[in-house]
Design a protein around this ligand. Sequence first.
Ligand code: ZN
Length: 168
Amino acid sequence: MPRRKAAAAHPKTQDPRPKTTPDELWMEEALRCAQRALEAGEVPVGAVVVSDGRIVGRGWNRNLNASDPTAHAEIIALREAGATVGNHRLGDCELFATIEPCAMCAGALVHARIKRLVYGADDPKAGAVASVMQVLNHPRLNHKVEVRSGVLAGRSAEMLQAFFKSRR
Ligand code: ZN
């Protein structure tokens, strides 16, 4: 294989591929949650809440099976995290979601006082971080959240596209 040969010829050449960061590793876990939703016939969205290097909450969409309009992945993950941490404030936690949270979930993130949000794909139809409206970090709100977007976005978008294509 030419690539291996080149690497052997220049053993000190740095690997040009971007390093896998912890953000990507947690997002992998959120994608696994999205996969669980997909297997249950739900819109494939997943979320995990991380505190101090461990997962304290996991969620995936359950709207259809639970007949619950509020059963978004992020809400379920936040509920589990609150129960695990023993506090309704999650100021030391980060939430990883496979797509940009909607207005309901962004509102819940503010109520939870979440420290940081990392998400995958943008949601041009319902995203309430940047795409449709700005609930998170709204200038009139005191609570500020650190946001990183676009993490493993392609994989999250692919899963959603495959789901909606299969339902047509
Ligand atoms: Zn939502």
